[in-house]
Structures are given as C-alpha cells and as structure tokens.
Design a protein. Structure first.
Length: 445
C-alpha cells in the first residue's frame, strides 16, 4: 500500500499508438483503470457497476434498469437540472445503460473537463436521493419504454428467442422488466436494492483519453471518500446461472400484422470465459458477419429474399448463444429457413482457407477500428476488469483470433450445431396457420 492510500498502480498494457493502460485498487474493493492517450483532447469517464437484471428476484424484475433512470433525477448536492446543466455547459454527453450483468454510467467531455466529469458521474452513482415523486415519474417513462419496445417486432423477437434459448436462467427475462413488476415496484424496494447492491467492491471506474492515471485516482478517491468504509459494505452474492444451458428446442410465435416475418433461430453456445469463443467468433463472422458472409450472399445477394440477415453470438459469465436473424416477406419464410438450414449443414465441413483468413482479418480489423475513439477504449478497459477473470490486452485478443485453426472451428461446430435449435417468429402466421413445416422440422430435428 502506498502513502496515497491505494495499492501501487500496475501498468497492464502499452498500446501500439502510445497509450498506457494502468490499474489501481482502492481500499473497499473499488478499482480504477485508465488508458492515457497522448495528444487526445477528449476523455470518456465510466462507472461500471456489477449489477444487472440477473441479480433481481421475480418481484424486482426491471429494478436495475429502473434504478438507472432514477439516478439521473438528482443527488443530495445536485438536482436533475443541475446535472443536465453541468454536462451541457461543457458540450459533453452523459448517459447510461443496463444489461443482464452490469450497469454503466458514462460521460464524454473535453480532456480539460475530465475532473468535473469524474465528480459528476460519481455523484450520480453514489449519492442519489430517489424521491417518491421521481419514482412515480420514471415509472410512467419506463412503461412508455416497454410500450415502445412492444411496438418494435425485432425487440419482441429478441425477447422471445431469449426466453427459449436461456430457459431456466435469469438471462431469459427482459432487462426492462414487465408491466406488472414496474407498476407494483415501490420506492422502498428500489432504495433498498440501490443501497445493498451499489457498493464500491462491485464498481470499476474507467477513464480513457487525455488524462494522467494518478490524477484520476486522486479525483476518484475524493469522490468516494464517504463510501469506502468496508464495515458498511455487506457483500450480496450473485446467483449464478446453472452452467451450460441446454436450451428447449422450442418454437415460439407471436402473431403480428407486420409487413415482414421476423425470424431468429439458434442454440445455446459458449460462455465469455470459454477459450473456444474465438473459434466461434471466426465462424460467426464467416457465416453471417458481413457482406461477403455465406448467409448474406445466399439469402440477399443471390436470391433477394431479405434486406437484413446476419448471425451473431452472445456470451455471458456462465452461458452464451449463437443465433441467425432474417426479416423477409411472410411468403418467403419457408425458402429463407431452407437456405439457413442448408448453410448450417454446409458449415459442418468447415471454412475454406480463404474464408478462414478473411474472417480473421475482418475480426481483427473491426476490433482495432472500433477502438479509435475514447468511448470505445473506456468501455473495453472497464468491462475487461469488471467481467473477466483477468485483463486481456488488444494484442492478446489479436493473437487469439489469429491462432484459430480449421480444427478449432470444426470442434466448436460439432458442439454448437448439434444443440437443440430454438426458433422465434414474429409475423402474421397464427391467424393463417401457415407456419412453414420446414421451420417446425428444424426445431424438432
């Protein structure tokens, strides 16, 4: 421990463009990570809280997202208007988002305003008042947000697919909650959830841009000075998912009078900590990750059956999924499903040498290009510390992608492609009873 009251700073990475990633741990379990970027005139500040929808019991479904809304309404030293004025006055941006596993509050400002941004974001996260009036106001806002999502067939589809592929897990539930839980949730419940869950040991402060690590640590320590007493921070354990999920192999349908049929098919896949995730990522890129991908060419370029079609993978601490999406005219759904099935069957033979090289190059290039701005850098280093077992540098990621072999991909596909297929459809099928048999056959295989 140094005389400044935190464990000695550790340099974790020196990037190719001269940036330096440094980590410090403050008593109470708080972690501070920065990426100092020489010559940068901006800074992005984030507080990552290891609290998300998987931490909620059924009666509190949506509490993490509800809380995210409420924290911007005011603190003991700032009103909601004060918070908005402070960030607008410097031309900055302030926002937040909630996921299944964590919540992030972040600001993007000029580098000269980084200290103000750290103080502001810390105040928002640590010292919210959560008044009864604010709870009632945001309740209506969130109910409108739920209604907006219910009007979007792709949002409905994603929730429908998750409820099948993650059945038996908290990942199956929507982050936003339900109308019933939001209407019934009380200020007392939300306030208790806030004070029990939002503890420094579950937080990471990440800052990237034109900043000095020691300065950031000093600012953070000052902002957290009244919130770092270990005896006042009882640990609340997180309920883990039941290991690798098996999926239900079910077909879920919601009837909507939409112009398109929206389809999602997929299966349980790999967790965030599974080293085989790089092989799955390379395969996913080749199958449906761009304009040269197999699905894009087969469905859109060669047959003109859809405008949007792609594959994707999601990875969490204890589970993951692999899925394919397509939006098409209802009468074309059978052909789209047939093409998808054919491409999945063809995938069992692996990728060509050219496809393998192209997919790896695409992944590496996309990752590097995606880190050109400080917001992306802040996000990468913050999530790296919060949700991973150990820090991985950009070069570590590049090396892991480039090391993927044909055998690695075949081994992963042998597991992922034999898992039960779950499918979800949002479109005008329930009334017509005209759901293609090829889709039900795929699910029941």
């Amino acid at each position: 421990m140094t005389s400044t009251g935190y464990r000695r700073a550790r340099v974790l990475e020196r990037s190719a463009d001269g940036g330096t990633v440094t980590l410090s741990e403050i008593p109470g379990g708080l972690r501070v990570i920065t990426e100092s970027v020489p010559g940068s005139r901006s800074a992005s500040v984030g507080i990552w809280v290891g609290v998300g929808s998987i931490d909620e019991n059924p009666a509190l479904a949506g509490a993490s997202h509800y809380l995210e809304h409420l924290l911007f309404k005011g603190t003991k030293s700032r009103s909601g208007a004060d918070i908005s004025v402070a960030i607008d006055a410097v031309g900055g941006e302030l926002n937040a988002f909630t996921s299944h596993e964590y919540t992030c509050y972040f600001a993007h400002v000029l580098a000269d305003e980084a200290q103000m941004a750290v103080d502001l974001v810390c105040d928002v996260v640590l010292d919210a008042t959560i008044t009864p009036a604010d709870v009632d106001t945001e309740r209506q806002v969130i109910l409108e947000e739920i209604a907006m999502r219910d009007d979007d067939p792709e949002d409905v589809l994603n929730d429908l697919f998750a409820s099948s592929v993650f059945a038996g897990s908290a990942l199956a539930e929507p982050v936003i909650g339900t109308i019933e839980t939001i209407e019934s949730m009380t200020r007392r419940q939300i306030n208790s959830y806030y004070h029990r869950r939002y503890t420094p040991s579950k937080m990471v402060v990440s800052v990237a841009g034109g900043v000095v690590h020691a300065d950031v640590v000093r600012w953070v320590k000052r902002a957290f000075k009244n919130f770092l007493e270990p005896e006042s921070l009882p640990a609340v354990p997180r309920t883990k998912n039941p290991g690798r999920l098996s999926g239900t192999g079910s077909l879920a349908l919601i009837d909507r009078d939409t112009e398109q049929a929206h389809l999602c098919v997929g299966s349980p896949a790999l967790s965030r900590h599974d080293p085989r995730r790089y092989a799955l990522g390379v395969f996913n890129t080749a199958l449906g990750g761009g304009m040269s991908s197999r699905l894009f060419r087969a469905i859109r370029e060669e047959r003109g059956l859809a405008y949007s079609c792609y594959s994707s993978s999601s990875a969490y601490a204890d589970a993951g999924s692999f899925s394919i999406y397509a939006g098409c005219q209802p009468e074309n759904l059978a052909e789209v499903v047939t093409v998808i099935q054919a491409e999945l069957n063809r995938a069992r033979g692996g990728l060509s040498v050219e496809e393998l090289a192209r997919a790896k190059g695409q992944m590496v290039g996309s990752m590097i290009l995606g880190l050109e701005d400080n917001e992306s850098r802040m996000s990468r280093i913050g999530k790296n510390i919060l949700v991973r077992n150990g820090y991985r540098s950009v070069q570590d990621e590049i090396d892991a992608i480039r090391a993927v072999s044909q055998d690695d991909i075949l081994a992963v596909l042998n597991e992922v492609l034999i898992a039960p297929i779950s499918a979800a459809v949002v479109g005008p099928y329930a009334k017509t009873k005209n759901l293609p048999k090829v889709l039900t056959s795929m699910v029941k295989r």
